[in-house]
Design a protein around this ligand. Structure first.
Ligand code: 1CP
Length: 343
């Protein structure tokens, strides 16, 4: 099948499909026993990210089980700091731990070797492009410069990314240098993923919601706009999904300001607002992952609500954030059946 005929690619191009294509953020993950088994075989989480046969296997697992319309490359947004030489490990139950960067460390960062370092991830993309069912869209991804920077400054996840917000306000020039390195690294990494066979790429700005308007424009909109422009300078028809999670009213105008082709939305938006937004740009989202855990009518009514309000326009059905390990597998099937049934 030609790339532009795949369902997710058609929606990105502006078509409305019934039923809408479906995939789930973090669809390869700990809620699946087969993921846990492969993860154990690989050793650490990063070992799994850099093992092309096993990373390919875990990417394919949710496609085999559920027949999702898109597969997302198995990797992590923090492979970029790893490729920049920042010490990184993932601790069970704690998430990522990095050596925090200061002004001196930022000044030494060099984006030029990132693509070479990430060759195993690019090999995974290449393998996936050959092994996926022909109708399945292959998505590559990276973290947005702001979100990746928040982890590099704090050294770990935090509830409100206070350390990076403070750093950006008190040392804006140093922070700009960090963002510039991440713009270069992310651009070349996404270009390499698209060249290796990704059909489209998604930019995760998971921490875009903690900034005021001025800082949001400077650290979220501008850098993503530069990444999009750099990618399109090499690959003019590159399809790019933006996901500035939780930004509320700032969703308006985001696609036009950055140049992304589709935007992911979380569940904390009024449906009327989401419908208006969909007049600007195709939408991906936006089921609350907690409803997927709850199941029952709580899940069914939310699925129906999304379909009723958003499936008259271009929609890729997804969660508003990643699925979590405690989610019962039958609830995932319930969601998929419901989306395909109510349409
Ligand atoms: O083996 C494990 O169980 C480790 C858990 C795990 C997984 C499965 C982490 C650690 N990352 C991933 C994979 C991952 N991460 C994917 C793969 C593909 C898929 O979606 O199926 C993707 C797209 C990501 C992206 C990612 N990593 C984001 C952006 C999306 C989001 O969730 O907001 C972020 C913020 C990260 C950082 C990260 N990596 C892992 C954790 C636990 C975290 C969050 C840390 C925190 O803020 O505390």
């Amino acid at each position: 099948m030609k790339r532009e005929d795949k369902s997710v690619m058609r929606v990105i191009a502006g078509e409305s499909l019934t039923p809408p294509p479906i995939w789930m953020m973090r669809q390869a993950g700990r809620y699946l026993p087969e993921y846990k088994a492969t993860r154990k075989e690989a050793g650490s989480f990063l070992d799994l990210c850099y093992n092309p046969p096993l990373a390919t296997e875990v990417t394919l697992q949710p496609i085999r089980r559920f027949g999702f319309d898109a597969a997302i490359l198995f990797s992590d947004i923090l492979v970029i700091p790893d490729a920049l030489g920042v010490d990184l490990r993932f601790e069970e139950g704690r998430g990522p731990i990095l050596k925090p960067v200061d002004a001196a460390a930022i000044a030494k960062l060099d984006a030029s070797k990132v693509v070479e370092y990430l060759a195993p991830v690019l090999e995974t993309v290449d393998r996936l492009s050959n092994e996926l069912p022909e109708q399945t869209t292959l998505l590559g991804f990276c973290g947005a410069p702001w979100t990746v920077a928040t982890y590099m400054i704090a050294g770990h996840g935090t509830p409100d990314q206070g350390p990076a917000r403070q750093f950006a306000l008190t040392q804006p020039d140093d922070f700009q240098t960090l963002i510039d390195v991440l713009v270069d690294a992310s651009s070349s990494y996404l270009i390499a993923q698209l060249k290796a066979g990704a059909d489209a790429v998604q930019i995760f700005d998971s921490w875009a919601s903690v900034l005021d308007e001025d800082q949001f424009t400077r650290w979220c909109v501008e850098p993503v706009k530069r990444v999009v422009a750099n990618v399109r300078a090499q690959i003019p028809d590159a399809k790019i999904i933006g996901f500035p999670k939780g930004v509320g009213a700032f969703y308006k105008g985001y696609a036009a300001a950055t140049g992304v082709d589709m935007i992911g939305i979380d569940w904390c938006l009024p449906m009327a607002f989401a419908q208006d937004l969909q007049k600007e740009v195709p939408i991906q989202g936006n089921l609350d992952p907690k409803r997927l855990i709850a199941g029952g009518t709580s899940l069914d009514t939310a699925v129906d609500n999304i379909i009723e309000h958003l499936n008259n326009g271009p929609l890729v059905f997804n969660l508003g954030h990643g699925i979590t390990p405690e989610t019962p597998i039958p609830h995932v099937q319930q969601m998929i059946d419901r989306v395909r049934m109510v349409c």
